[in-house]
Design a protein around this ligand. Structure first.
Ligand SMILES: Nc1nc2c(c(=O)[nH]1)N[C@H]1C(S)=C(S)[C@@H](COP(=O)(O)OP(=O)(O)OC[C@H]3O[C@@H](n4cnc5c(=O)[nH]c(N)nc54)[C@H](O)[C@@H]3O)O[C@H]1N2
Ligand SMILES: Nc1nc2c(c(=O)[nH]1)N[C@H]1C(S)=C(S)[C@@H](COP(=O)(O)OP(=O)(O)OC[C@H]3O[C@@H](n4cnc5c(=O)[nH]c(N)nc54)[C@H](O)[C@@H]3O)O[C@H]1N2
Ligand code: SF4
Ligand code: SF4
Ligand code: FES
Ligand SMILES: [Mo]
Length: 904
């Protein structure tokens, strides 16, 4: 396949446009100027700036064509720099400039050129021969939004923002209205940004080639001292960010378009919510509580205080009276060091992390089914799937970049099944929405399996070749009474049947799940049943399929990989096993390791209340605010002899500490985060530490030394060296090196030679040998059995896009101007019965306590169900959540809380 550029023949690739062909051959992205084109958007072909001359034969008669949307073809002759073309381009730009502010043709002083200004320069500044007639130069700027500004006098009608909003974010906020010179961009039904339904993702800003759309930081045209690529600190999507720094201060963030994970996209947290980092509230010095008040102390004094106390507690009560909660917000290297300090320098397996309150059932359940507790496939598999099964996850709020990709597919009509008690944005678009009563997942999945079998849609050869115990499961679900389960779940059996058929008959069906699965009494069991459904239909080990937990925090996957679990050490090896203990002892250079598994967070809390557990070290978790039944937690914390909290801010938990250590944020350190698709990505230091903060890694190394263990990588926290140590200890990280991670990271397992793994369990190659079927009956949660009579409503708690967990960070950014509260969402029928209107506040109460909260009426929740988020400490919703948890992992049941409420 050959085509010609200026009469020289070159090979072209199938599906290439003329623009792509010329750029590739000339190795120059500016080989042909463009204006309305963006690699990430469908080609539009409206501006014609990219025009080239095309002939059928050498120096033959040419036609002028827009190169960005014309496919290259066999024996085409391309002439892209002729005088005629240059004149044409100049003429086009001249026309555009007749309706463009004259003072914006060149970059403003101290600013970088916009892409349009670059195009003007590349083409040559034309003389503007046409008189200024009608124009849109007097459109008022819109500064209503906290982050995004529009000055449409600079709009060149290229439609890039409209297309980005639709094609990248899956919203349709922006549109074009009017005709001729009056044509202009509108938001929503021609309103201002703040009143539109804009989700503040910034995709329109990033693609806009002028300053018509900018962020308030004017990142696009900043001349930065340096731009550092790093990984977002918020959710498990793991977006890559380009952070611009001037004089040691962060001035703006854009998304690299070459990043594999996010391809130039982010949500508003990654792109805009960075101003927490130098907020006046940042902790800057170590603090010790003396007579009930915190006093600043030196690091030496802080370390001495901790060392003395820990040693005396250990001497008096034994190492098992001490424990740690590590942070999924911190890097892998820091988590690795934290678990090592607790295990090696203190001598106990009492180490746990936020996975306990999150996806521990996923890790456990998938380990039971497959042997490996992590996502089987990669997000890019969305491009190959025929059906999406979204179970108890709300990615448009919680994993927005992945959520946007899923939304695109839903809108394009891919078969989609959503199982969620709430009519989420995606549920509204889904082919089938199974709006079950919260807590009945096991029943729904048993129903689905029943129908898959009944409809003969099982993949028998997969089952026979690669799995075990299928027959028991089959017999179990065959006997179930569908009418009974229909009643129990509140979902019609006909609908479940349709969904089951849709999933099982798709060539490739991809499952995603979230906390709607795990934060339940039967959380682990639900994960095993989801595994069953995938195995029985052969949806494991192929592209566009698999079981894909949407892991929550930026590094929750990594924290568990690093051994932040009381029963498994770094690399998921069983700490109760003698050989494993010997393995770790050898790797860590110590005589012996602790011999029995440690306590999970709820067990540490209970042991404290029983007087058996004395010292807790919390690194980056706001446990008081985010663990369930806060009063219960508070009582335990009050009883501790020593509570150490390592934080960015004086969180509710830090307030209770005996000593607070100021930690460096992710901008201030090196390391790696592992996203939800097992991708280990680099976190690169952007700025120096604020105040006297130290990185968590440095604090861990300092403390290990004080406690008598010499960290072999030396006194200084050096992420690259710790990566080397991790690669030596964890078999599936063997081929990982700091340099080798490059810009887009590697997905574990990583082999010796650095090759990584996009998909697990190919050809039934399960880590545990065969994939294992389990079977279970639905069991009502004790929360409802015990409390439903007195508290007849079910509260379910979830997330909102703008805020992140305890809110310590996002509340200290302008996200708080976009959304400033948690609301109780109530079905209008229930509200009517209790004489409650929109905007009222209610007192909501459970067996544990009560809180006051404002109300939003919403049909997205069914009568009998209420929903809220948990981000605002003024509300402190966990005062009312309870102690019931997943039977196997103790993950709290935040999703089913028996409550009642009254107007106040
Ligand atoms: N903006 C934002 N993003 C975040 C976070 C944040 O705080 N804010 N937190 C991060 C963290 S730590 C995590 S773990 C992830 C969590 O992300 P998700 O897993 O999406 O978490 P949630 O929104 O809490 O709950 C998911 C869905 O489960 C549904 N659900 C509730 N009960 C049931 C049930 O019984 N059955 C089924 N099938 N569904 C049910 C809820 O209605 C909700 O829509 O998000 C991460 N991303
Ligand atoms: N009601 C209800 N409660 C829930 C949930 C729910 O769905 N409903 N979800 C649960 C889930 S899934 C989770 S994961 C938890 C999350 O609960 P947390 O882990 O408590 O939530 P975060 O706000 O992420 O808290 C992390 C803390 O770390 C600090 N931090 C950030 N970066 C760093 C760092 O680099 N170093 C250090 N030392 N500190 C840092 C932040 O300031 C913050 O205070 O909440 C749980 N709580
Ligand atoms: S910020 Fe995102 S959602 Fe809002 S208008 Fe721009 S592209 Fe659309
Ligand atoms: S989607 Fe997640 S990782 Fe990406 S920018 Fe938003 S919070 Fe950060
Ligand atoms: S860049 Fe090709 S038509 Fe606009
Ligand atoms: Mo989480």
């Amino acid at each position: 396949m050959k085509a010609y550029i200026n009469n020289t023949a070159y090979d072209f690739l199938q599906g290439e446009t003329i623009l792509e062909f010329v750029r590739r051959i000339e190795k120059n992205n500016n080989a042909i100027p463009t204006m309305c084109q963006d690699d990430r958007l469908e080609n539009f072909g409206s501006c014609r700036v990219c025009s080239v001359e095309v002939a059928r034969e050498k120096d033959g008669i040419t036609k002028t064509m827009a190169s960005c949307h014309t496919p290259i073809a066999e024996r085409l002759y391309i002439y892209h720099n002729t005088e005629k073309i240059k004149r044409l381009r100049k003429n086009i730009v001249e026309l555009v400039l007749t309706d463009y502010p004259a003072d914006k043709i060149f970059p403003a002083k101290g600013k970088k050129a916009t892409p349009f200004q670059e195009t003007i320069t590349q083409i040559g500044i034309p003389t503007i021969r046409y008189p200024k007639g009608e124009n849109h130069l007097d459109i008022e700027p819109d500064t209503s939004h906290p982050y995004i500004k529009s000055d449409l006098s600079q709009c060149i009608n290229c439609f890039r923002c409209v297309r980005a909003c639709e094609e990248i974010q899956g919203e349709m906020i922006l549109g074009m209205s009017g005709r001729g010179f009056a044509t202009n961009i509108i938001k929503g039904f021609d309103t201002s940004f703040n009143l539109s339904a804009c989700v503040s993702c910034g995709a329109c800003v990033q693609t806009c080639p002028t300053d018509a759309l900018t962020d308030k930081f004017e990142t696009k045209t900043l001349i930065a001292d340096k731009t550092v690529r790093t990984t977002c600190t918020y959710c498990g999507v793991g977006c890559q960010l380009d952070v611009s720094v001037i004089n040691g201060e962060i001035k703006g963030i854009q998304a690299p378009e070459t990043a594999e994970v996010n391809e130039g996209h982010t949500c508003l947290k990654g792109r805009f919510a960075f101003q927490f980092y130098n907020h006046p509230d940042r902790l800057k010095e170590p603090l010790i509580k003396k007579n009930g008040k915190f006093e600043e102390v030196s690091w030496n004094e802080a370390y001495d205080f901790i060392t003395k106390k820990l040693i005396s507690i250990k001497n008096e009560y034994g190492a098992d009276a001490v424990g740690g909660i590590s942070s999924s917000r911190a890097t892998n290297e820091e988590n690795y060091l934290m678990q090592k300090m607790i295990r090696v320098a203190i001598g106990t397996n009492n180490i746990d992390g936020c996975a306990r309150v999150c996806h521990a059932p996923t890790a456990y359940g998938m380990q039971q089914a497959f042997g490996t507790g992590a996502a089987t496939n990669s997000i890019e598999d969305l491009n190959q799937t025929d059906a999406i099964f979204l179970f108890g996850a709300n990615p448009t709020e919680a994993h927005p970049v992945t959520g946007a990709k899923i939304k695109q597919l839903f809108m394009k009509g891919v078969t989609s099944i959503v199982v969620d008690p709430v009519k989420t944005k995606l549920a509204k678009l889904a082919t089938y929405h199974l709006q079950l009563r919260p807590g009945t997942n096991v029943a729904i999945l048993n129903m689905m399996a029943h129908y898959i079998i009944k409809e003969k849609l099982v993949n028998q050869s997969f089952i026979n070749q690669y799995t075990e115990f299928y027959k028991d499961f089959e017999a179990h679900v065959a006997d179930l009474d569908m009418s009974e389960l229909e009643e129990l779940t509140g979902v019609s059996k006909e609908l479940v049947k349709k969904a089951a058929i849709a999933y099982a008959s798709a060539e490739r069906a991809m499952e995603f799940h979230g906390l709607g699965v795990t934060e339940h009494y039967q959380g682990s069991k639900t994960v095993m049943l989801l595994s069953n459904i995938a195995m029985m239909t052969g949806n494991i080990g192929k592209n566009g399929a698999g079981l894909n937990p949407l892991r929550g925090q930026n590094n929750v996957q990594g924290a568990a990989d690093m051994g932040v679990q009381p029963h498994q050490g770094a690399g998921y090896m069983d700490v109760n096993n003698f050989e494993v203990q010997q393995y770790y002892a050898k790797k860590y250079g110590v005589d012996k390791m602790p011999e029995h598994e440690g306590l999970k967070i709820p067990e540490m809390i209970d042991a404290t209340l029983q007087g058996k557990f004395k010292a807790l070290w919390i690194m980056g978790e706001d446990t008081l605010m985010t663990d369930p039944n806060s009063n219960h937690i508070r009582k335990a914390f009050e009883k501790l002899d020593l509570l150490i909290v390592q934080e960015l801010f004086m969180s509710a938990t830090a307030e209770m500490a005996d000593i607070v250590l100021p930690a460096a944020s992710y901008f201030e350190k090196n390391g790696t985060f592992t996203n939800g698709e097992r991708r280990v990505q680099r976190v690169n230091k952007v700025i120096d530490s604020i105040g006297n903060c130290k990185s968590d890694g440095q604090i861990m190394i300092d403390m290990m030394h004080r406690l008598g263990y010499k960290q072999p990588t030396g006194q200084l926290y050096d992420a690259a060296k710790i990566v080397e140590e991790i690669a030596d200890v964890i078999p599936f990280m063997k081929g990982v090196t700091w340099e080798g991670l490059g810009k887009n990271g590697l997905q574990w397992p990583v082999k010796d030679d650095g090759t990584d793994t996009k998909m697990l369990h190919i050809n039934g190659n399960f880590k545990k040998g065969k994939g294992t079927f389990h079977h279970f009956d639905f069991e009502e949660t004790p929360e409802l059995v015990e409390h439903r009579k007195k508290f007849p409503f079910i509260l379910t708690t979830a997330r909102q896009l703008e805020h992140y967990n305890s809110g310590t960070m996002t509340r200290r950014t302008e996200n708080q101007l976009i959304s400033s509260n948690d609301y109780l969402e109530i079905n209008p029928l229930d509200a009517g019965k209790k004489d409650i209107s929109e905007g009222d506040a209610v007192r909501i109460f459970s067996d544990r306590g009560s809180v006051n909260i404002p109300v939003k009426l919403n049909y997205t929740v069914k009568p009998g169900i209420v929903r809220t988020t948990f981000h605002q400490p003024e509300i402190f919703i966990n005062l009312i959540t309870g102690n019931v948890g997943d039977k196997e992992t103790l993950t709290p049941e935040y999703k089913v809380v028996a409550v009642d409420f009254e107007k106040i």
